[in-house]
Each structure stands twice: as structure tokens, then as C-alpha cells.
Write a protein that binds this ligand. Structure first.
Ligand code: NAP
Length: 281
């Protein structure tokens, strides 16, 4: 194995490796279950302890896959799951969490997120999150797809300051958050979780990404992940169902990119010059 994965420390002191694993698309087809479980296990072997899932993925099927992958190794795993906005009422959140725990085959979720903003008032969802925390069913809670104004509103509700993370779309082709949301979160010690870090594979054919990756004996996916991991307080959660790609993604940690190459990447994927609304997939 190569260099250890750098860690990020949450406000409550929990330290977690910054490169984790996504699960969107898993648990949809029983015929692929074995490769999905094996790939997540390989990721854990490689130190990618954070596994991101949601009640939405595979209609609960992804949580079941995660449950299989972490059997006997719960303590080396940091599980993130998410509640649908339409379940995020005072009681609905509790019920959704109980169902997720059952599918995951565990007694606690490390970080439980509101998947995106819906119609229930934030006060209600936060109250439910705090109830779950007090009961030991979740260790921490956070949000997903929240722009800066949503975060400001969240911090103004009772208990809102306990938000542990914000999971958003962030990759080379979607750098909008660098203008305001990212610095806003960094200055408050609220980690960002970058989802779709390789734009679901779509950016991997970009000629400049390919050129710079080649010059560094790396693959385009590795360079795209390394770019995100350069930022303070950013978790990166690529999804793969193959052991080979889990290894490939893990190896991005060892890249040592020159300033010149980062500048070339900036020229190919320019940072934002003004505020743009947060994008989501
Ligand atoms: N909060 C939200 O609203 C939200 C939204 C989207 C995603 N997410 C989370 O973020 C995770 C990651 O995002 P994502 O799944 O949308 O996209 P992604 O991680 O950017 O890309 C995943 C796709 O890239 C392929 N891939 C992975 N590693 C590769 C490599 N080294 N070379 C070439 N192809 C590679 C995968 O195929 P194989 O599996 O065949 O390798 C898969 O098709 C999700 O799984 C989910 O947990 C959250």
C-alpha cells in the first residue's frame, strides 16, 4: 500500500480518512451484489473507511449492500446515510433512520444527512436529528445540497450549529462552490463532502485532464480526485463497483502534482469568477 490517506477531523473530534466510497447505483440488481460488496470490502482494506449511502439508493438496496460489506468490521467503518426530504419530519426522520439501521445491520449511523431541502421546516428535521443523536442511533448529523444561504438559515435554527458536514456536487467541471460555499464552510470547520467527484465518469475524456494525468504517470480519475483532496476540509467519495478501480482511486493519494500542472488544470477547468447557484445531480 502507498501513503496513508490524510484525515479530516470533525468538530466533535472524530477523525476520518478524506477519501471514502460512494454507493449510488448499488443494490439495484441482485446479480451485481457480490462485486459491489467485494469492491466496498476492498476499499475498506485500502483505508477508505467512509462509506456514503442513502435510503434512496436502490430503494434501500444500497444500504443492504453496505450492511453486507461491513459485517464483522463495523468499527473500522464510518457510515454516512441520508433521509429523503419527504421523510424528514419530526417523526418521519426517526422512522426512516430505524429502517436504515435495520438494512445496514448496525445500531448506529456515524453521520446522517438530510438528502436535500424539502417542505419540512429545518427546525423539525434538526429536532429529530438531535433526538436520534441523544438516543445514540446517529453520532452526528449534516445536510446535503445546501447552498450558502441554506447553511446560514440552518445555523439560525435551534441546534442548527451542530451541523457536522454538507455534501454537495463538486468536481473539476463543477467548481462553483469555490466562490463562496467552500470558504464559508472551511472557516466554520464544517467539512464538505464532494459527491460525483469524477462527474460520474464524464470528465475522464477531457483531453487536458488526460494530458496532465499522463505527464504524472496517473490516470484521469486519479488526477480528478487528487485535485479535490488538495482542498482543506473536503471529503471525496468516488463510487466504483470494481476492485481494480477501488485500488486505482486509492492510489491518487500518492500523486505529487507540480504547481505548473495545477495551473494548467485551472486553465482547462477555470475556477468561478462569480456566484453561481449550487448545482445538483
Ligand atoms: N448527496 C447527493 O445528492 C448525491 C448525489 C450524487 C452522488 N452522491 C454520492 O456520491 C457518490 C459518488 O458520486 P457518483 O456515484 O454520482 O459519481 P462518481 O463517483 O463521480 O462516478 C461514478 C462512476 O464512475 C465510474 N468510475 C469510478 N472510478 C473510476 C475510475 N477510476 N475510472 C473510470 N471510471 C470510474 C463508476 O463505474 P464503476 O462502478 O463501473 O467503476 C461509476 O460509473 C455516490 O455514489 C453517492 O454515494 C450523493
Amino acid at each position: 500500500m502507498n501513503d496513508p490517506i490524510p484525515t479530516i477531523t470533525f468538530a466533535d473530534g472524530t477523525e476520518v480518512p478524506s477519501l471514502g466510497q460512494g454507493t449510488w447505483g448499488m443494490g439495484e440488481d441482485a446479480g451485481h451484489a457480490k462485486e459491489e460488496i467485494d469492491s466496498l470490502k476492498a476499499g475498506l482494506d485500502l483505508g477508505m473507511a467512509m462509506i456514503d449511502t442513502a435510503e434512496m439508493y436502490g430503494d434501500g438496496g444500497a444500504e443492504e449492500i453496505v450492511g453486507q460489506a461491513i459485517k464483522g468490521r463495523r468499527d473500522e467503518t464510518f457510515i454516512v446515510s441520508k433521509v429523503y426530504p419527504w421523510n424528514a419530519s419530526r417523526t418521519g426522520t426517526i422512522d426512516a433512520c430505524e429502517s436504515s439501521l435495520e438494512r445496514l445491520g448496525t445500531d448506529r449511523i456515524d453521520l446522517y444527512l438530510l438528502h436535500w431541502r424539502g417542505n419540512y421546516p429545518l427546525t423539525e428535521t434538526v429536532e429529530a436529528f438531535e433526538t436520534l443523536k441523544a438516543a445514540g442511533k446517529i453520532r452526528a448529523w449534516g445536510v446535503s445540497n445546501f447552498d450558502t444561504d441554506d447553511m446560514e438559515e440552518l445555523l439560525s435554527v435551534p441546534g442548527g450549529r451542530n451541523v457536522a458536514a454538507n455534501q454537495v456536487l463538486y468536481n473539476l467541471a463543477r467548481r462553483g462552490i469555490e466562490y463562496d460555499l467552500l470558504p464559508w464552510c472551511q472557516s466554520r470547520n464544517i467539512p464538505i463532502m464532494a459527491y460525483s467527484p469524477i462527474e460520474q465518469g464524464r470528465i475522464l475524456h477531457h483531453p487536458e485532464l488526460i494530458r496532465i494525468a499522463k505527464a504524472n504517470q496517473a490516470t484521469p480519475a486519479q488526477l480528478a480526485l487528487a485535485f479535490l483532496l488538495e482542498r482543506d476540509g473536503v471529503f471525496v467519495i468516488p463510487k466504483t463497483s470494481t476492485i481494480e478501480r477501488a485500488r486505482e482511486n486509492r492510489d491518487c493519494i500518492s500523486l505529487d502534482i507540480t504547481d505548473e500542472d495545477w495551473e494548467a488544470l485551472d486553465a482547462a477547468f477555470p475556477p468561478p469568477a462569480k456566484k453561481t447557484p449550487l448545482e445538483m445531480l
